[in-house]
Write a protein that binds this ligand. Structure first.
Ligand code: PGA
Length: 255
């Protein structure tokens, strides 16, 4: 299976989110091999997008959550309320949350645990900065981020989450990692758990297939390109093609 997560960030409003969700449904129409598609609109667009994707192959994700169930936490949203809104997946520890809003590895762990307690699937993001990469610290940084986030989780929980490797220097810069670099880091993360691992950072319709055809890359977390209907549709199609290619490849090796 290949998974495409669309992180619409704070780029678009409710109407545009609904239109994009419709576009995702159209991109999947008529395909025999269907990738998993998870769209993550802003909180206020969740309810409308849910109506559009209900009973379809497109799942609904949120971009963040707070770990408490309820209480005096102005501006926050709980896993409990997200589940009530029909959300099934939630991004946690995105580098923008870490960098701009001071989110720590421990906070990411608490968020992941709270999501799982309410049957939401967390998509835990990790990734090194340009300085950390230049200092040869990529492996150490992503291992620390992920192992801290996993600390409070049970073995069963670890089967129910996704990881996204998103090098900070690649996010929104137009400079993605190479598929080979991504594969190398995925291999490091794979030692910590068996969950699907996605790549994110400047993915677009031109480079998506290059990542998706790698067996070590289970899918993509897409930001900027996922709010452009044509690009988003092409990336979803590329995921279907990569799955078809993998099926043909394994059939050939069976013959
Ligand atoms: P980008 O963002 O695709 O715009 O680089 C990826 C992300 O932040 O998840």
């Amino acid at each position: 299976m290949k998974t495409i997560v669309a992180n619409w960030k704070m780029y678009i409003g409710i109407r545009e989110s609904v239109a994009l969700a419709r576009g995702a449904l159209l991109a999947l129409r008529g395909r025999t091999v269907i990738p998993e598609v998870i769209v993550c609109p802003s909180f206020t667009a969740l309810t409308e997008v849910r109506k559009t994707v209900a009973r379809s192959h497109v799942a609904l994700g949120a971009q963040d959550l707070f770990w408490e169930d309820a209480g005096a936490f102005t501006g926050e949203e709980s896993a409990r309320t997200l589940a009530e809104a029909g959300v099934t997946h939630v991004i946690v520890g995105h580098s923008e949350r870490r960098r701009l809003f001071g989110e720590t590895d421990e906070a990411v762990g608490k968020k992941a645990a709270s999501a799982l307690a309410h049957n939401l699937i967390p998509i835990i993001c990790v990734g090194e900065t340009a300085e950390e990469r230049a200092a040869g610290r990529t492996e150490e940084v992503v291992t620390r981020q992920l192992s801290t986030a996993l600390k409070g989780l049970t073995l069963r929980d670890k089967d129910r989450l996704y990881v996204a490797y998103e090098p900070v220097w690649a996010i929104g810069t137009g400079t993605p990692a190479t598929p080979a670099d991504a594969v190398a880091v995925h291999t490091v993360l794979r030692r910590l758990l068996k969950a699907p691992i996605l790549y994110g950072g400047s993915v677009d319709s031109a480079n998506a297939y290059g990542f998706l055809r790698e067996p070590e890359i289970d899918g993509l977390l897409v930001g900027g390109a996922s709010v452009k209907l044509q690009q988003f549709s092409d990336i979803v199609r590329a995921a279907g093609e990569a799955m078809e290619g993998a099926a043909v490849g394994s059939k050939k090796s069976d013959d």
